[in-house]
Design a binder for this molecule. Structure first.
Ligand SMILES: Cc1ncc(COP(=O)(O)O)c(C=O)c1O
Length: 469
């Protein structure tokens, strides 16, 4: 090979200059390379370290139908914000907001319900939070009262976005610690933390750490009495990142949404149980009055006046098409069947794991298709392995199942979490359970030369294999 030959289309991919040099990490290379070489370099470096469907750590969609994937790929070059150029996309987005608002029992009668699209739940939570803060400020200003010390109340099992929101907007985050007895937000304790500066209380449906739901109905009831007594108007924003697309299908009689008086806004992730690939969140307000005017920006963009609610400007349109495709394709019945399947598979895993003598489930119930478990306290006292070892062991067979410590107050508790999504079948659950059982057996044999191990060694000797532990 001529070292000085300039790369051209005839150069073999793995003989190009790019393949002989360290990948650029500080400056732009002086010369580019061929498309094939650039593709291979990036592809090789980002080779998935696990199969996405075995990643049970994430809530985010890893399976969509071929037609949906095609539709989204075909829209990859469409910027959602170019409403004038692609008016049908904006219309489709409005239809998605309407459908979601009705799914959550909006009282709004207007043809177009009040909501916004975001890049994920994080943006949607921030928009819900900003609206609550601005409404509170308006009220305080109208009363001639100071508005420099806002606070927000939620359980200590919040997702990090709320810490970000509070830091960015300089709002005090007041958290109600979870206890071993009370596994979700305690409404009375939440109210005890409220005062005239509370912009809202944020219960979570599908708590990231546990999979449980805060009891929004009980909170709403307690808040009604509290607001009456104090004369405050503290509202609720429900962070339904996961539950927003689970509860309407698996537990429609549960009141957690706009059927409750003080629920002013709800956010969710379209890219979680909305069943769309990453990059999609939704927020819906109770009605137009709940969305402060300052949050709608009218801009003259590319010769047309558009009104936008959001933190981002440009964003991909593909996810909106994917969401609308799912609505058309699945309907109520399809979503119900998919979410119920995930619930069934999750409940099955929960039950089987709960039967293993080394494990204890965190809660009796599975309320969303995810759950956590810990080591039995008695077993843990003498165990020479931890859930972190189990996490590493399962990684060897491709499973991503995180072990982590719980939030403040119960932070000494180490748990493991499984998130079941569309794409995880009962058969896969059986494979996972077998891998867990095998791993535990291996840990026990490794550390304790018990009867089982002796029997195992004998069997191995008989078939002439070497025992390698
Ligand atoms: C309760 C809750 N809120 C907010 C978020 C943030 O969601 P996203 O990743 O869609 O921004 C998550 C993500 O897991 C979550 O579980």
């Amino acid at each position: 090979m001529n070292k000085h030959k300039h790369d051209d289309l005839s150069t073999e991919v793995y003989a190009t200059t790019a393949m002989r040099q360290a990948a650029p990490s500080q400056t732009l290379p002086e010369k580019g390379t061929t498309a094939q070489a650039a593709y291979r370099l990036v592809k090789d470096e980002t080779y998935a370290q696990t199969r996405p469907e075995l990643n049970l750590a994430t809530f985010v969609t890893t399976y969509m139908e071929e037609e949906a994937t095609r539709l989204m790929n075909e829209a990859i070059n469409i910027n959602y914000i170019d409403e004038t150029e692609y008016p049908r996309v904006a219309l489709m987005c409005g239809r998605c907001i309407n459908i979601i608002a009705n799914l959550w029992n909006t009282p709004e009668k207007n043809e177009w319900k009040t909501g916004a699209v975001g890049i994920g739940s994080s943006e949607a939570c921030m928009l819900g939070g900003v609206a609550a803060w601005l409404r509170w400020r308006q009220r305080r200003k109208a009363q001639g009262k100071p508005c420099d010390k806002p606070n927000l109340v939620m359980s200590s099992a919040y997702q990090v976005v709320w810490e970000k929101f509070c830091q960015l907007w300089q709002i005090e985050l007041r958290t109600v610690p979870l206890t071993a007895e009370c596994l979700t937000l305690d409404p009375e304790k939440a109210l005890a933390m409220c005062d005239e500066n509370t912009i809202c209380i944020v219960p979570i449906c599908g708590v990231t750490w546990t999979g449980l739901n805060d009891d929004v109905e009980a909170l709403d009831k307690a808040l009604e009495a509290y607001n009456k007594k104090t004369g405050y108007d503290i509202p609720i924003h429900v962070d339904a990142a996961s539950g927003g697309f689970i509860l309407p299908f698996t537990n429609p009689s549960c009141k957690w949404d706009f059927r409750l008086k003080w629920v002013y806004s709800i956010s969710t992730s379209g890219h979680k149980y909305g069943l769309v690939y990453p990059g999609l969140g939704w927020v819906v307000w109770r009605d137009k009055k709940a969305l402060p005017e300052e949050m709608s920006f009218s801009v003259n963009y590319l010769g047309a006046s558009i009104t936008q609610v959001g933190l981002n400007f440009s964003r991909p349109a593909a996810q909106i098409l994917g969401q609308y495709y799912n609505f058309v394709r699945y309907g109520m019945e399809g979503y119900r069947a998919i979410q119920q399947t995930s619930m069934e598979v999750a409940r099955y895993c929960h039950e089987q794991i709960g039967k293993m003598n080394c494990f204890k489930n965190y809660s009796k119930e599975v309320e969303n298709p995810l759950f956590i478990w810990q080591m039995c306290p008695n077993y843990e006292k003498t165990a020479k392995w931890t859930l972190y070892d189990l996490q590493d062991k399962l990684k060897q067979s491709g499973w991503m199942i995180p072990a982590y410590t719980m939030p403040k107050n119960i932070e000494q508790m180490v748990v493991m979490r499984v998130v079941v999504r569309q794409g995880m079948s009962r058969d896969m659950a059986d494979m996972l359970l077998t891998d867990i059982r095998n791993a535990v057996e291996e840990f026990e044999q490794l550390h304790y030369p018990t009867e089982t191990r002796l029997k195992y060694e004998k069997q191995i000797k008989q078939c002439g294999k070497v025992f390698t532990h």
